[in-house]
Write a protein that binds this ligand. Structure first.
Ligand code: FAD
Length: 481
Protein backbone atom coordinates (compact mmCIF):
# COMPACT_ATOMS: atom_id res chain seq x y z
CA UNK A 1 0.00 0.00 0.00
CA UNK A 2 2.81 2.41 0.91
CA UNK A 3 4.53 1.51 -2.35
CA UNK A 4 1.35 2.26 -4.27
CA UNK A 5 1.08 5.67 -2.58
CA UNK A 6 4.76 6.41 -3.22
CA UNK A 7 4.36 5.70 -6.89
CA UNK A 8 1.22 7.91 -7.01
CA UNK A 9 3.21 10.71 -5.33
CA UNK A 10 6.13 10.25 -7.77
CA UNK A 11 3.72 10.53 -10.66
CA UNK A 12 2.48 13.84 -9.27
CA UNK A 13 5.74 15.63 -8.36
CA UNK A 14 8.45 13.61 -10.10
CA UNK A 15 10.89 11.10 -8.61
CA UNK A 16 13.34 13.70 -7.33
CA UNK A 17 10.66 15.37 -5.21
CA UNK A 18 9.66 12.29 -3.25
CA UNK A 19 12.39 11.56 -0.72
CA UNK A 20 12.38 8.40 1.37
CA UNK A 21 14.83 6.89 3.83
CA UNK A 22 15.33 3.99 1.39
CA UNK A 23 16.93 6.31 -1.18
CA UNK A 24 20.68 5.66 -1.32
CA UNK A 25 22.59 8.15 0.87
CA UNK A 26 19.40 9.86 1.94
CA UNK A 27 19.16 11.72 5.23
CA UNK A 28 15.71 13.02 6.11
CA UNK A 29 16.74 14.33 9.51
CA UNK A 30 16.26 17.99 8.55
CA UNK A 31 12.53 17.29 7.97
CA UNK A 32 12.09 14.69 10.72
CA UNK A 33 13.44 16.55 13.74
CA UNK A 34 12.28 19.89 15.07
CA UNK A 35 14.29 23.07 15.60
CA UNK A 36 14.52 22.58 19.37
CA UNK A 37 15.44 18.88 18.97
CA UNK A 38 12.56 17.92 21.23
CA UNK A 39 11.17 15.28 18.87
CA UNK A 40 12.63 12.85 16.36
CA UNK A 41 10.08 11.46 13.93
CA UNK A 42 10.23 9.08 10.98
CA UNK A 43 8.51 9.94 7.69
CA UNK A 44 7.14 7.60 5.08
CA UNK A 45 8.30 10.23 2.60
CA UNK A 46 9.05 13.91 2.21
CA UNK A 47 7.16 15.33 -0.75
CA UNK A 48 8.01 18.66 -2.37
CA UNK A 49 5.23 20.04 -4.56
CA UNK A 50 5.83 23.01 -6.85
CA UNK A 51 2.23 24.13 -7.36
CA UNK A 52 -1.18 24.32 -5.71
CA UNK A 53 -2.48 21.75 -8.19
CA UNK A 54 0.22 19.31 -7.08
CA UNK A 55 -0.68 19.91 -3.41
CA UNK A 56 -4.28 19.14 -4.21
CA UNK A 57 -3.34 15.90 -6.02
CA UNK A 58 -1.05 14.86 -3.17
CA UNK A 59 -3.85 15.37 -0.64
CA UNK A 60 -6.23 13.31 -2.77
CA UNK A 61 -3.65 10.51 -3.10
CA UNK A 62 -2.99 10.47 0.65
CA UNK A 63 -6.71 10.53 1.35
CA UNK A 64 -7.23 7.52 -0.95
CA UNK A 65 -4.60 5.57 1.01
CA UNK A 66 -5.68 7.06 4.37
CA UNK A 67 -2.17 8.32 5.04
CA UNK A 68 -1.82 11.49 7.06
CA UNK A 69 0.10 14.60 6.04
CA UNK A 70 2.29 16.96 8.04
CA UNK A 71 2.64 20.35 6.32
CA UNK A 72 6.06 21.89 6.79
CA UNK A 73 7.53 25.28 5.92
CA UNK A 74 10.88 26.36 7.36
CA UNK A 75 10.59 23.89 10.27
CA UNK A 76 11.42 26.65 12.75
CA UNK A 77 8.29 26.12 14.88
CA UNK A 78 8.94 25.79 18.60
CA UNK A 79 6.10 23.49 19.68
CA UNK A 80 6.70 20.24 17.71
CA UNK A 81 4.09 20.88 15.04
CA UNK A 82 5.87 20.40 11.74
CA UNK A 83 7.61 17.05 12.07
CA UNK A 84 6.17 13.55 11.58
CA UNK A 85 5.46 11.17 14.44
CA UNK A 86 7.60 8.06 14.91
CA UNK A 87 5.31 5.68 13.00
CA UNK A 88 7.01 5.99 9.61
CA UNK A 89 3.52 6.29 8.11
CA UNK A 90 3.14 10.05 7.73
CA UNK A 91 4.01 12.11 4.67
CA UNK A 92 5.83 15.39 5.26
CA UNK A 93 4.57 17.97 2.79
CA UNK A 94 7.35 20.51 2.38
CA UNK A 95 6.09 23.77 0.86
CA UNK A 96 9.56 25.28 0.39
CA UNK A 97 9.61 24.81 -3.40
CA UNK A 98 6.48 26.96 -3.70
CA UNK A 99 8.36 30.24 -3.35
CA UNK A 100 7.16 32.65 -6.02
CA UNK A 101 5.80 36.16 -5.64
CA UNK A 102 2.57 36.09 -7.60
CA UNK A 103 1.64 39.77 -7.58
CA UNK A 104 2.77 43.02 -6.01
CA UNK A 105 -0.02 45.60 -5.99
CA UNK A 106 1.23 48.89 -4.49
CA UNK A 107 -2.07 50.68 -5.16
CA UNK A 108 -3.90 48.05 -3.13
CA UNK A 109 -1.02 47.99 -0.62
CA UNK A 110 -0.75 44.22 -0.96
CA UNK A 111 1.50 41.42 -2.10
CA UNK A 112 0.39 37.92 -3.09
CA UNK A 113 2.89 35.13 -2.55
CA UNK A 114 3.24 31.35 -2.54
CA UNK A 115 3.10 29.87 0.95
CA UNK A 116 6.69 28.61 0.78
CA UNK A 117 8.21 32.09 0.38
CA UNK A 118 10.74 32.76 3.13
CA UNK A 119 9.63 35.71 5.28
CA UNK A 120 12.87 37.66 4.83
CA UNK A 121 12.61 37.41 1.04
CA UNK A 122 9.12 38.91 1.20
CA UNK A 123 10.40 41.73 3.45
CA UNK A 124 13.28 42.39 1.01
CA UNK A 125 11.10 42.38 -2.10
CA UNK A 126 8.72 44.86 -0.48
CA UNK A 127 11.59 47.07 0.68
CA UNK A 128 12.99 47.31 -2.85
CA UNK A 129 9.62 48.75 -3.88
CA UNK A 130 9.63 51.27 -1.01
CA UNK A 131 7.15 49.16 0.96
CA UNK A 132 7.18 47.56 4.37
CA UNK A 133 6.01 44.07 5.23
CA UNK A 134 6.26 44.40 8.99
CA UNK A 135 6.15 40.79 10.26
CA UNK A 136 9.55 40.32 11.86
CA UNK A 137 10.96 37.51 14.00
CA UNK A 138 14.24 35.86 14.89
CA UNK A 139 13.68 33.00 12.44
CA UNK A 140 12.79 35.26 9.48
CA UNK A 141 15.69 34.00 7.34
CA UNK A 142 14.19 30.47 7.36
CA UNK A 143 10.51 30.55 8.28
CA UNK A 144 7.87 30.76 5.55
CA UNK A 145 4.73 32.80 5.03
CA UNK A 146 2.64 29.58 5.15
CA UNK A 147 4.20 28.67 8.51
CA UNK A 148 3.79 32.23 9.79
CA UNK A 149 0.09 32.16 8.98
CA UNK A 150 -0.45 28.59 10.15
CA UNK A 151 0.99 29.57 13.55
CA UNK A 152 -0.36 33.14 13.54
CA UNK A 153 3.20 34.26 14.28
CA UNK A 154 3.84 37.34 16.40
CA UNK A 155 7.34 38.77 16.59
CA UNK A 156 8.64 42.22 17.32
CA UNK A 157 6.21 44.52 15.48
CA UNK A 158 2.89 43.27 16.88
CA UNK A 159 2.60 46.36 19.05
CA UNK A 160 2.04 48.48 15.95
CA UNK A 161 0.96 46.08 13.19
CA UNK A 162 -0.62 43.08 14.93
CA UNK A 163 0.01 39.34 14.50
CA UNK A 164 0.35 37.52 11.17
CA UNK A 165 -3.46 37.27 11.18
CA UNK A 166 -3.77 41.07 11.08
CA UNK A 167 -1.42 41.27 8.11
CA UNK A 168 -3.34 38.85 5.91
CA UNK A 169 -6.02 39.89 3.44
CA UNK A 170 -6.68 36.51 1.89
CA UNK A 171 -5.62 32.91 1.54
CA UNK A 172 -5.48 30.07 -0.90
CA UNK A 173 -5.99 26.74 0.86
CA UNK A 174 -6.11 23.09 -0.18
CA UNK A 175 -8.74 21.39 1.95
CA UNK A 176 -8.55 17.89 3.41
CA UNK A 177 -10.63 16.71 0.44
CA UNK A 178 -8.11 18.16 -2.00
CA UNK A 179 -10.37 21.01 -3.06
CA UNK A 180 -8.77 24.42 -3.64
CA UNK A 181 -10.38 27.41 -1.90
CA UNK A 182 -8.95 30.64 -3.20
CA UNK A 183 -9.62 34.10 -1.82
CA UNK A 184 -6.69 36.20 -3.01
CA UNK A 185 -8.51 39.27 -4.28
CA UNK A 186 -7.01 41.46 -1.55
CA UNK A 187 -10.32 42.92 -0.36
CA UNK A 188 -10.33 44.82 2.90
CA UNK A 189 -14.08 44.53 3.24
CA UNK A 190 -16.03 41.39 2.44
CA UNK A 191 -18.82 40.49 4.82
CA UNK A 192 -20.17 37.44 3.05
CA UNK A 193 -20.51 34.82 5.71
CA UNK A 194 -18.17 32.92 7.98
CA UNK A 195 -14.60 34.12 8.20
CA UNK A 196 -12.84 31.12 6.64
CA UNK A 197 -9.51 32.91 6.38
CA UNK A 198 -9.28 33.37 10.11
CA UNK A 199 -10.25 29.76 10.69
CA UNK A 200 -7.22 28.52 8.79
CA UNK A 201 -4.84 31.13 10.24
CA UNK A 202 -3.45 29.72 13.47
CA UNK A 203 -4.75 26.20 12.78
CA UNK A 204 -1.18 24.83 12.51
CA UNK A 205 -1.86 22.65 9.49
CA UNK A 206 -4.75 20.77 11.10
CA UNK A 207 -7.61 22.15 8.97
CA UNK A 208 -6.10 22.83 5.55
CA UNK A 209 -2.88 23.46 3.67
CA UNK A 210 -2.10 27.09 2.96
CA UNK A 211 -0.65 27.39 -0.55
CA UNK A 212 -0.83 31.14 -1.13
CA UNK A 213 -1.59 34.37 0.69
CA UNK A 214 -2.33 38.02 0.00
CA UNK A 215 -0.59 40.17 2.60
CA UNK A 216 -0.85 43.82 3.58
CA UNK A 217 2.02 46.17 2.87
CA UNK A 218 2.68 49.56 4.46
CA UNK A 219 4.72 52.63 3.50
CA UNK A 220 8.38 52.36 4.53
CA UNK A 221 9.11 54.82 7.34
CA UNK A 222 11.54 57.65 6.63
CA UNK A 223 13.57 56.72 9.69
CA UNK A 224 13.72 54.03 12.35
CA UNK A 225 15.48 54.69 15.64
CA UNK A 226 16.41 52.22 18.33
CA UNK A 227 17.12 52.91 21.96
CA UNK A 228 18.37 50.63 24.73
CA UNK A 229 17.54 51.77 28.25
CA UNK A 230 18.36 50.55 31.75
CA UNK A 231 15.41 50.19 34.04
CA UNK A 232 15.10 49.14 37.68
CA UNK A 233 11.93 47.02 37.60
CA UNK A 234 9.19 45.51 35.45
CA UNK A 235 6.82 48.03 36.99
CA UNK A 236 8.99 50.87 35.68
CA UNK A 237 9.05 49.18 32.25
CA UNK A 238 5.24 49.10 32.14
CA UNK A 239 5.14 52.78 33.12
CA UNK A 240 7.69 53.55 30.39
CA UNK A 241 5.53 51.69 27.88
CA UNK A 242 2.55 53.85 28.84
CA UNK A 243 4.64 56.99 28.46
CA UNK A 244 6.12 55.86 25.13
CA UNK A 245 2.65 55.02 23.79
CA UNK A 246 1.32 58.42 24.72
CA UNK A 247 4.36 60.32 23.40
CA UNK A 248 5.03 58.35 20.21
CA UNK A 249 1.58 56.94 19.40
CA UNK A 250 1.73 54.72 16.29
CA UNK A 251 5.41 55.61 15.82
CA UNK A 252 6.26 53.21 18.65
CA UNK A 253 7.02 50.01 16.72
CA UNK A 254 8.93 47.93 19.24
CA UNK A 255 9.12 47.54 23.00
CA UNK A 256 11.15 44.59 24.25
CA UNK A 257 11.99 43.70 27.84
CA UNK A 258 15.14 41.78 28.82
CA UNK A 259 16.25 40.82 32.32
CA UNK A 260 19.83 40.94 33.51
CA UNK A 261 20.19 37.14 33.68
CA UNK A 262 19.26 36.82 29.98
CA UNK A 263 21.60 39.62 28.89
CA UNK A 264 24.43 38.13 30.95
CA UNK A 265 24.18 34.94 28.87
CA UNK A 266 24.50 36.95 25.64
CA UNK A 267 27.56 38.76 27.05
CA UNK A 268 29.05 35.42 28.15
CA UNK A 269 28.49 33.41 24.97
CA UNK A 270 28.94 36.15 22.36
CA UNK A 271 31.76 38.37 23.67
CA UNK A 272 32.08 39.90 20.18
CA UNK A 273 28.66 41.55 20.73
CA UNK A 274 28.57 44.73 22.78
CA UNK A 275 25.77 44.32 25.30
CA UNK A 276 25.11 47.76 26.77
CA UNK A 277 23.96 48.70 30.27
CA UNK A 278 23.19 45.23 31.53
CA UNK A 279 25.74 45.01 34.33
CA UNK A 280 24.22 47.80 36.39
CA UNK A 281 20.56 47.12 35.86
CA UNK A 282 17.94 44.48 36.70
CA UNK A 283 16.19 45.01 33.35
CA UNK A 284 16.79 46.68 30.02
CA UNK A 285 14.21 47.74 27.45
CA UNK A 286 14.77 48.03 23.72
CA UNK A 287 12.48 50.63 22.15
CA UNK A 288 12.01 51.26 18.47
CA UNK A 289 10.38 54.30 16.88
CA UNK A 290 9.49 54.54 13.19
CA UNK A 291 8.91 57.98 11.78
CA UNK A 292 7.35 59.06 8.52
CA UNK A 293 8.76 62.58 8.62
CA UNK A 294 12.53 62.42 9.12
CA UNK A 295 15.30 61.05 11.29
CA UNK A 296 15.70 64.42 12.99
CA UNK A 297 12.01 64.40 13.90
CA UNK A 298 12.23 60.86 15.28
CA UNK A 299 15.34 61.75 17.28
CA UNK A 300 13.69 64.80 18.82
CA UNK A 301 10.63 62.78 19.85
CA UNK A 302 12.81 60.01 21.28
CA UNK A 303 14.99 62.49 23.20
CA UNK A 304 11.95 64.22 24.66
CA UNK A 305 10.49 60.87 25.68
CA UNK A 306 13.71 59.83 27.41
CA UNK A 307 14.07 63.20 29.11
CA UNK A 308 10.61 62.74 30.61
CA UNK A 309 11.39 59.11 31.54
CA UNK A 310 14.56 60.20 33.40
CA UNK A 311 12.61 62.95 35.14
CA UNK A 312 9.93 60.47 36.22
CA UNK A 313 12.63 58.15 37.57
CA UNK A 314 11.69 55.34 35.15
CA UNK A 315 15.02 55.05 33.36
CA UNK A 316 18.48 55.04 34.91
CA UNK A 317 20.61 55.08 31.75
CA UNK A 318 20.03 55.05 27.98
CA UNK A 319 21.71 54.82 24.60
CA UNK A 320 20.22 55.76 21.23
CA UNK A 321 21.67 54.07 18.14
CA UNK A 322 23.52 56.53 15.90
CA UNK A 323 23.39 54.43 12.75
CA UNK A 324 21.51 51.56 11.13
CA UNK A 325 24.48 49.33 12.03
CA UNK A 326 24.20 50.24 15.71
CA UNK A 327 20.47 49.74 15.62
CA UNK A 328 20.89 46.26 14.11
CA UNK A 329 23.49 45.45 16.77
CA UNK A 330 21.03 46.35 19.54
CA UNK A 331 18.31 44.18 18.00
CA UNK A 332 20.87 41.42 17.59
CA UNK A 333 21.47 41.46 21.34
CA UNK A 334 17.73 40.99 21.95
CA UNK A 335 17.49 38.22 19.37
CA UNK A 336 20.52 36.39 20.74
CA UNK A 337 18.99 35.62 24.14
CA UNK A 338 17.31 32.37 22.97
CA UNK A 339 20.47 31.22 21.24
CA UNK A 340 22.59 32.08 24.29
CA UNK A 341 20.18 30.04 26.40
CA UNK A 342 20.67 27.07 24.09
CA UNK A 343 24.47 27.49 24.29
CA UNK A 344 24.33 27.72 28.08
CA UNK A 345 22.56 24.36 28.32
CA UNK A 346 19.27 22.84 29.46
CA UNK A 347 16.34 25.18 29.88
CA UNK A 348 12.55 25.36 29.92
CA UNK A 349 10.56 27.75 27.75
CA UNK A 350 7.26 29.42 28.60
CA UNK A 351 5.80 31.63 25.86
CA UNK A 352 3.09 33.35 27.86
CA UNK A 353 0.85 36.38 27.55
CA UNK A 354 -0.80 38.41 30.28
CA UNK A 355 -2.76 41.63 30.55
CA UNK A 356 0.08 44.18 30.52
CA UNK A 357 -1.15 45.76 33.74
CA UNK A 358 -0.75 42.40 35.58
CA UNK A 359 2.78 41.71 34.45
CA UNK A 360 4.68 43.43 37.30
CA UNK A 361 2.74 41.51 39.96
CA UNK A 362 2.98 38.25 38.03
CA UNK A 363 6.76 38.53 37.70
CA UNK A 364 7.22 39.52 41.33
CA UNK A 365 5.10 36.63 42.64
CA UNK A 366 6.33 33.91 40.29
CA UNK A 367 10.01 34.92 40.54
CA UNK A 368 9.78 34.70 44.33
CA UNK A 369 7.85 31.41 44.34
CA UNK A 370 10.27 29.69 41.94
CA UNK A 371 13.37 30.97 43.69
CA UNK A 372 12.04 29.65 46.98
CA UNK A 373 10.85 26.27 45.71
CA UNK A 374 13.73 25.57 43.28
CA UNK A 375 16.82 27.36 44.62
CA UNK A 376 19.53 27.97 42.04
CA UNK A 377 17.39 27.87 38.87
CA UNK A 378 17.91 30.97 36.76
CA UNK A 379 14.96 32.96 35.45
CA UNK A 380 15.52 34.29 31.94
CA UNK A 381 12.66 36.69 31.46
CA UNK A 382 12.45 38.60 28.18
CA UNK A 383 9.97 39.30 25.45
CA UNK A 384 7.54 41.53 23.67
CA UNK A 385 6.34 43.55 26.67
CA UNK A 386 4.47 45.92 24.38
CA UNK A 387 2.15 42.99 23.51
CA UNK A 388 1.98 41.54 27.01
CA UNK A 389 4.06 38.59 25.79
CA UNK A 390 6.90 37.24 27.93
CA UNK A 391 9.32 34.42 27.26
CA UNK A 392 9.48 33.45 30.90
CA UNK A 393 12.19 30.82 30.61
CA UNK A 394 14.07 28.83 33.21
CA UNK A 395 17.73 27.94 32.89
CA UNK A 396 19.27 25.06 34.86
CA UNK A 397 21.33 26.10 37.90
CA UNK A 398 25.01 26.80 37.12
CA UNK A 399 26.09 23.57 38.89
CA UNK A 400 23.44 21.52 37.03
CA UNK A 401 25.31 21.38 33.73
CA UNK A 402 23.58 18.32 32.29
CA UNK A 403 20.17 19.52 33.49
CA UNK A 404 19.50 16.38 35.58
CA UNK A 405 18.14 18.40 38.50
CA UNK A 406 16.10 20.65 36.23
CA UNK A 407 14.71 17.56 34.48
CA UNK A 408 13.43 16.22 37.81
CA UNK A 409 11.41 19.35 38.56
CA UNK A 410 10.56 20.40 35.02
CA UNK A 411 6.84 19.58 35.22
CA UNK A 412 6.51 21.16 38.66
CA UNK A 413 8.07 24.40 37.41
CA UNK A 414 5.98 24.52 34.27
CA UNK A 415 2.84 23.80 36.24
CA UNK A 416 3.65 26.57 38.73
CA UNK A 417 4.18 29.04 35.86
CA UNK A 418 1.03 28.07 33.94
CA UNK A 419 -1.12 27.97 37.09
CA UNK A 420 -0.04 31.55 37.82
CA UNK A 421 -0.65 32.53 34.18
CA UNK A 422 -4.21 31.17 34.43
CA UNK A 423 -4.75 32.94 37.75
CA UNK A 424 -3.69 36.25 36.20
CA UNK A 425 -5.99 35.73 33.19
CA UNK A 426 -3.21 34.98 30.71
CA UNK A 427 -2.44 32.40 28.01
CA UNK A 428 0.03 29.49 28.11
CA UNK A 429 0.82 30.06 24.44
CA UNK A 430 1.13 33.65 23.28
CA UNK A 431 2.64 33.28 19.82
CA UNK A 432 4.27 29.88 19.32
CA UNK A 433 1.08 27.83 19.10
CA UNK A 434 0.18 24.42 20.53
CA UNK A 435 1.66 21.74 18.26
CA UNK A 436 2.13 18.44 20.07
CA UNK A 437 3.94 20.12 22.94
CA UNK A 438 1.09 21.90 24.68
CA UNK A 439 -1.76 19.41 24.35
CA UNK A 440 -1.84 18.77 28.11
CA UNK A 441 -2.18 22.49 28.71
CA UNK A 442 -5.02 22.62 26.16
CA UNK A 443 -6.89 19.95 28.15
CA UNK A 444 -6.16 21.66 31.41
CA UNK A 445 -6.64 25.35 30.71
CA UNK A 446 -8.76 25.71 27.57
CA UNK A 447 -12.47 26.08 28.28
CA UNK A 448 -14.34 22.78 27.66
CA UNK A 449 -16.82 24.56 25.38
CA UNK A 450 -13.95 25.91 23.26
CA UNK A 451 -12.40 22.44 23.01
CA UNK A 452 -15.72 20.91 21.92
CA UNK A 453 -16.15 23.56 19.21
CA UNK A 454 -12.59 23.00 18.01
CA UNK A 455 -13.21 19.23 17.91
CA UNK A 456 -16.37 19.72 15.86
CA UNK A 457 -14.60 22.03 13.41
CA UNK A 458 -11.76 19.55 13.00
CA UNK A 459 -14.21 16.70 12.34
CA UNK A 460 -16.19 18.81 9.85
CA UNK A 461 -13.20 20.04 7.84
CA UNK A 462 -10.98 16.97 8.11
CA UNK A 463 -13.29 14.01 8.77
CA UNK A 464 -10.57 11.41 8.07
CA UNK A 465 -8.16 13.09 10.50
CA UNK A 466 -5.63 13.36 7.70
CA UNK A 467 -4.07 16.75 8.38
CA UNK A 468 -1.42 16.96 11.08
CA UNK A 469 -3.18 14.59 13.49
CA UNK A 470 -2.24 14.78 17.16
CA UNK A 471 -1.57 18.52 16.98
CA UNK A 472 -3.57 21.42 18.46
CA UNK A 473 -6.75 19.46 19.25
CA UNK A 474 -6.29 17.03 22.17
CA UNK A 475 -7.33 13.44 21.39
CA UNK A 476 -10.18 13.67 23.89
CA UNK A 477 -11.77 16.47 21.84
CA UNK A 478 -10.82 15.23 18.35
CA UNK A 479 -13.88 13.68 16.70
CA UNK A 480 -12.18 13.12 13.32
CA UNK A 481 -11.41 9.53 12.39
P1 FAD B 1 7.03 25.30 10.42
O1 FAD B 1 7.86 25.25 11.63
O2 FAD B 1 7.48 24.50 9.26
O3 FAD B 1 5.54 24.86 10.79
C1 FAD B 1 4.87 25.40 11.90
C2 FAD B 1 3.43 24.89 11.93
O4 FAD B 1 2.72 25.36 10.80
C3 FAD B 1 3.31 23.37 11.86
O5 FAD B 1 2.18 22.98 12.58
C4 FAD B 1 3.09 23.10 10.38
O6 FAD B 1 2.40 21.89 10.14
C5 FAD B 1 2.27 24.29 9.97
N1 FAD B 1 2.50 24.72 8.59
C6 FAD B 1 3.65 25.14 8.03
N2 FAD B 1 3.44 25.52 6.76
C7 FAD B 1 2.11 25.35 6.52
C8 FAD B 1 1.27 25.56 5.40
N3 FAD B 1 1.75 26.06 4.26
N4 FAD B 1 -0.06 25.26 5.51
C9 FAD B 1 -0.56 24.77 6.67
N5 FAD B 1 0.20 24.54 7.75
C10 FAD B 1 1.51 24.83 7.69
N6 FAD B 1 7.44 32.77 16.51
C11 FAD B 1 6.75 33.91 16.80
O7 FAD B 1 5.53 33.91 16.69
N7 FAD B 1 7.41 35.04 17.22
C12 FAD B 1 8.76 35.10 17.35
O8 FAD B 1 9.30 36.12 17.75
C13 FAD B 1 9.50 33.92 17.03
N8 FAD B 1 10.85 33.93 17.11
C14 FAD B 1 11.53 32.81 16.79
C15 FAD B 1 12.93 32.82 16.84
C16 FAD B 1 13.66 31.71 16.52
C17 FAD B 1 15.17 31.75 16.59
C18 FAD B 1 12.98 30.51 16.13
C19 FAD B 1 13.73 29.28 15.74
C20 FAD B 1 11.61 30.48 16.05
C21 FAD B 1 10.86 31.61 16.39
N9 FAD B 1 9.47 31.62 16.31
C22 FAD B 1 8.78 32.76 16.61
C23 FAD B 1 8.73 30.39 15.93
C24 FAD B 1 8.63 30.14 14.41
O9 FAD B 1 9.62 30.78 13.71
C25 FAD B 1 7.28 30.58 13.89
O10 FAD B 1 6.31 29.76 14.47
C26 FAD B 1 7.12 30.52 12.36
O11 FAD B 1 5.91 31.17 12.04
C27 FAD B 1 7.09 29.11 11.80
O12 FAD B 1 7.22 29.17 10.38
P2 FAD B 1 7.81 27.92 9.58
O13 FAD B 1 7.69 28.18 8.13
O14 FAD B 1 9.15 27.57 10.07
O15 FAD B 1 6.75 26.79 9.99
Amino acid sequence: MSQELLSDLRAIVGNSNVLTSDDPGSDLNAWESDWRKLAQGRALAVVRPASTLQVSEIVRACSKHRVSLVPQGGNTGLVVGSTPDGSGRQVVLSLLAMNKVRRLDPANASITVDAGCVLQNVQDICEKEGLLFPLSLGAEGSCTIGGNLATNAGGTQVLRFGNARDLCLGLEVVTAEGEVWSDLSGLRKNNTGYDLRNLFIGSEGTLGIITGATLKTFPLPAATLTSFVAIASVEAAVELLKLANSRLGPSLTGFELMNQEGLSLVAKHYPQQRVPLWESSAYCVLMEASDHESEAHARTLFEQLLEQAFEDGLVTDAVIAESIGQSKALWHVRESISLAQADEGPNLKHDISLPISSIPRFVEEVDAALQQAFPGVRIINFGHLGDGNLHYNIQAATDDRDGMQLGEVRSEITEAVYEAVARFGGSFSAEHGVGALKLNEMERYKAPAALRLMGKLKAALDPQGLLNPGRVVPRSADFSA
